[in-house]
Every structure is written in structure tokens, then in C-alpha cells.
Design a protein around this ligand. Structure first.
Ligand code: BES
Ligand code: ZN
Ligand code: ZN
Length: 502
């Protein structure tokens, strides 16, 4: 899909469709909507007066213009009540409009990238939100479809129209930013959507290398021998049940000019989590291909960072392995020596994420980072606690957590903090080793966080449990059912804002 910036006015623009917006309960039409209404001889006010359209949130109404204006259709899109409006609803409205027109077979449409007269949201935020909404809403995973491809409808062009040159030059950079971020989300979604037989740790490492080549990142992949030499006993144990060798993927981005510091992003990449010998029930086990959503997000984040030329040195650490049962698999009761030197008693081989993250966290210490951010589909308990839409946050640094919260507010990715009080550490004390990998049923997400904390050292760290939002079971306004790419926009936003304030 191509986004084209153009000068003009929609009422005189020739397009398959133009989009006009309306707030529920507004007596008057928005200025730009009124201009289209007037030019078309009152087609829009006619639809509203008929009672067919009230402007309810995401309510569409398609109007055929019959030659009154150059474009064939006007899509009227409801924004809901003015008092409830915010940026995330704007993303949703853009997505819903794009999806509606796509499903009608429209290949090209035009719209203003902002709402006339809405001063609470800046022009840049409006246009970024709109472009992201359109891209993210139109996402589809079709990699393995070989039949009926011709039935899959696609939007080819979107014209962002602004009346003056100044608007165009202000938006140009935003278009590039929004496209880079959306493509990074697409990459993460594609990786998560892909089945485990098409994204083994070796394949994932290969993909990371390709991304690195295309975007100027450094990529290093540690193989089993190197892991043994380093002493990554926890990661190797998890990998021991599979014939697929584990990979420890390292991606590095260096800013073109002065770096504001080093940030490590760690992403859990269990390419398939069967639970190992602590085998999961077979119902829904297929979903466990998404257990690499943290790693996928980390790859997306690095890709976006390099395209946006963020002023931080970024290091992504992505421990990648399958978690399978076999005669060589690690067992409940085993004691592992992790890279940090700490010993870990394995209570459940299904609590494998924290094991591979323990080694990645220990590895991160060598970079003396300004911040460590880990993203992991760590616990089913997080879905029980916060629901499917919400990321659980824990960490050791109030300022970093506040940055995550602010970024979450802006991107609409919901994040909620859970406490990491010291007492939770009691639950993961082991009789026979330094620590055990399961702390019982109470506060299952928090004891996961408490486990990770033991491997963090003194650096500012935040843990994001994305078990819920990594996958959408139903369509959301700009997140089609399936892989969501959660975490990419959040961390990119955090880093972009950090740049501004430091
Ligand atoms: N990958 C799972 C967590 C998960 C579950 C993510 C459902 C998304 C949806 C993780 O490795 C796991 O199995 N965790 C266990 C931990 C338990 C054994 C302490 C869990 O959540 O049951
Ligand atoms: Zn597991
Ligand atoms: Zn897992």
C-alpha cells in the first residue's frame, strides 16, 4: 500500500472514495465535513436527517455522490461522543474506514489526516494515528494461502490531502515515522502468526540476520557450543528436549551520531511451548506458537529504531528455543547452573520462559545498560489477573516504569503495574538450590517477575508480561484477530519520548 501526500480539498478531489467524519450528538457538521456536504448538495446532512446515521463510534454510512462531487463515494464515519474522543479512537476510526472501503472493493481512497477544529490533538499526532490506524487495521496474514488469493481485497493507495503546502511539509516526516513503525509491527505480527515449523530458532536467527542486513543492524548469533562455553545452563536445559538447536540472537543498533546511552531489549522466543515434560493439555496447544511474541517484538523494535535513527544504542537479546518433551529433555527436579552462576531448581518445565530470560538478563549486564526492558509471554496467570488486553508490568525503577506508562497512554497499548514486594521472593526459595522456577499458584505473574529480578543486578529494569495481548481472539478496532505485534509501538514510543526529554 502506498500513502501519498497531496495538496487539495476533498470536495474537489477525484477518488474512488473520500472519508468524512462526524461526532455523535453534534448539531453542526465538522468544517471539512460541511464543505463536502455543501459541494454535494446536502448529501451528508440528508443521511443524518433521515435518522440512518447518528455518528455512533465507528458507525459507517456509504453515500454515492452521483456526480455532485468528483469522487464516487463519501464514506461517513462516526466518531462517537465528542467528550469521549481521544487519539486511540481516531486510530480506530481510520482503521474502520479503511477496512470498510477495502471490503467494498475500493482500492484507493482519500482523506484529511486530521479533524478540523480539534485542538487537543496535534497535527503530527493526528496524522501518525491515522496512518497507523489504516496500516494496522488492514493487516492480514496470507503467507500460507495458495488458493483464492484473488478474492483477497487490497487497498493500493491512500491519499492524505491537506489544503496547504505548510501542512504537507509538517506531515512528511510523520508519514515516514508512522510507516516505519507500522512495518515493524507487521514484521512482529508476521513472525508471531507463522507456525512453529516455519520459525524454528535457526529460521528465526536467519530472519534476524536478514532484517539486520536490510536495515544496517549488527547481528550475532550464538550457537550451542558458544552457549556451553559461556555457561548458559538454563537456556541449554530448556532446549535439551528438542532436536532443533537453540540460538541466542543478538541484534545491535548504533545511532548515526551521539548516543544517549545503551538500552537492552530482551525478548522471550520460545518458538513452541509444549510445556516440556510438564506437558500442557492438548486443547489450545497450537496457540503456543505465539510464545516468541517478545522476541518478535524485539526484532521489530530494532528495525524501527534503525529506520527512525533513534539516538540510543540498542541491543536486542533474543534467546530462542523450542520447549519439547523427549528422552533428552530436562526434568522437573533438575538443578541447573545459570549463566549468572546461580543454581535453579526446576519445579515445572513449563515455567521455561523465566529460565531462558535468566540467562539473557545475566548476559545483559556486560553492556552496563541505562535500562533493560524485557518482553515475554511469561504467565497464563497474567491473563487471569488483567485480562487479554493488558500487559503486566513489574520493575525496579520508578522512573522507567513511569516512562512505560506514559508511552502506553500515547500508543493505546494498555499496561498495568503489579507490585514486586520482597515477600514474593519467599515463594521461590528453594530447599536445594538458590532459587526455584515456580512459586505456587498465588500471584503467579508476580513470582515470575520476582524470579527475573534475581538476575537483573543493579540496572534499571522493567518486565512486561505480554501473555494476554500478544494474540487477539477477536477483532479490535485496529487489531485484526490474531497476532497483535504488542510491545513494538510501546517501546518505540518510550524511546522516542526519552529522546525529547533528555
Ligand atoms: N508460555 C507460557 C505462558 C502463557 C500461557 C502465555 C498462556 C500465553 C498464554 C509459559 O511458559 C507457561 O507455561 N507458564 C506457566 C507457568 C507456571 C508453570 C508457573 C503458566 O502460566 O501456567
Ligand atoms: Zn511454558
Ligand atoms: Zn512459555
Amino acid at each position: 500500500m502506498k500513502i501519498i501526500l497531496q495538496r487539495g480539498r476533498l470536495e474537489s478531489f477525484t477518488s474512488e472514495a473520500v472519508v468524512a467524519f462526524h461526532f455523535e450528538g453534534d448539531e453542526k457538521l465538522l468544517r471539512d465535513t460541511e464543505a463536502m456536504n455543501k459541494a454535494s448538495g446536502g448529501l451528508i446532512s440528508g443521511v443524518i436527517q433521515s435518522g440512518d446515521f447518528q455518528g455512533e463510534l465507528y458507525q459507517p454510512s456509504l453515500i454515492y455522490t452521483k456526480g455532485t462531487i468528483p469522487s464516487t463515494r463519501i464514506l461517513l464515519m462516526g466518531l462517537g461522543k465528542r467528550s469521549d474522543f481521544h487519539l486511540d479512537k481516531w486510530r480506530g476510526a481510520a482503521s474502520k474506514a479503511a477496512q470498510f472501503l477495502r471490503d467494498k472493493g475500493v482500492k484507493e481512497f482519500s482523506l484529511y489526516p486530521y479533524l478540523s477544529g480539534e485542538r487537543k490533538i496535534s497535527l503530527e499526532d493526528f496524522s501518525q494515528g491515522l496512518i497507523e490506524g489504516i496500516y494496522l487495521g488492514l493487516y492480514r496474514f496470507t503467507e500460507f494461502k495458495t488458493e483464492e488469493m484473488e478474492k483477497i481485497k487490497k487497498v493500493e493507495q491512500v491519499h492524505l490531502v491537506t489544503p496547504d503546502e505548510r501542512g504537507i511539509s509538517r506531515i512528511q516526516k510523520t508519514v515516514d515515522t508512522a510507516e516505519a513503525i507500522s512495518q515493524a509491527v507487521y514484521l512482529a505480527r508476521d513472525l508471531v502468526s507463522r507456525p512453529a515449523n516455519r520459525k524454528t530458532p535457526s529460521m528465526l536467527a536467519q530472519i534476524a540476520k536478514e532484517v539486520a542486513e536490510n536495515t544496517g543492524l549488527r547481528c550475532e548469533v550464538l550457537n550451542v557450543d558458544e552457549m556451553k562455553k559461556l555457561g548458559m545452563g538454563a537456556l541449554l536445559a530448556v532446549a535439551s528436549g528438542s532436536r532443533e538447536p537453540p540460538k541466542f540472537i543478538i541484534l545491535e543498533y548504533k545511532p548515526p551520531s551521539n548516543s544517549l546511552g545503551r538500552v537492552v531489549v530482551i525478548g522471550k522466543a520460545i518458538t513452541f511451548d509444549s510445556g516440556g515434560l510438564s506437558l500442557k493439555p492438548s486443547e489450545n496447544m497450537d496457540k503456543m506458537k505465539h510464545d516468541m511474541g517478545g522476541g518478535a517484538a524485539a526484532i521489530g523494535i530494532l528495525r524501527a529504531a534503525s529506520q527512525l535513527k533513534l539516538p540510543f544504542q540498542l541491543i536486542a537479546l533474543i534467546p530462542a528455543t523450542e520447549n519439547l518433551p523427549s528422552g533428552s529433555a530436562y526434568r522437573p527436579g533438575d538443578i541447573l547452573t545459570s549463566l549468572s552462576g546461580k543454581t535453579i531448581e526446576v519445579i515445572s518445565t513449563d515455567a521455561e520462559g523465566r529460565l531462558i530470560l535468566a540467562d539473557a538478563l545475566a548476559y545483559s549486564q556486560r553492556f552496563k545498560p541505562k535500562a533493560i526492558i524485557d518482553l515475554a509471554t511469561l504467565t497464563g496467570a497474567c491473563i487471569i489477573a488483567l485480562g487479554e488486553n493488558v500487559t503486566g508490568m513489574m520493575g525496579n525503577d520508578d522512573e522507567l516504569k513511569a516512562r512505560v506508562r506514559r508511552a502506553a497512554d500515547r500508543t493505546g497499548e494498555k499496561v498495568w503495574e503489579l507490585p514486586l514486594w520482597e515477600e514474593y521472593g519467599e515463594q521461590i526459595k528453594s530447599e536445594v538450590a538458590d532459587i526455584k522456577n515456580v512459586g505456587g499458584r498465588p500471584a503467579g505473574t508476580i513470582t515470575g517477575g520476582a524470579f527475573l529480578k534475581k538476575f537483573v543486578g543493579e540496572y534499571p529494569w522493567v518486565h512486561l508480561d505480554i501473555a494476554g495481548p500478544v494474540w487477539a481472539d477477536k477483532d479490535k478496532p485496529y487489531i485484526p484477530k490474531g497476532a497483535t505485534g504488542v510491545g513494538v509501538r510501546l517501546v518505540v514510543q518510550l524511546l522516542r519520548e526519552w529522546k525529547v526529554s533528555s
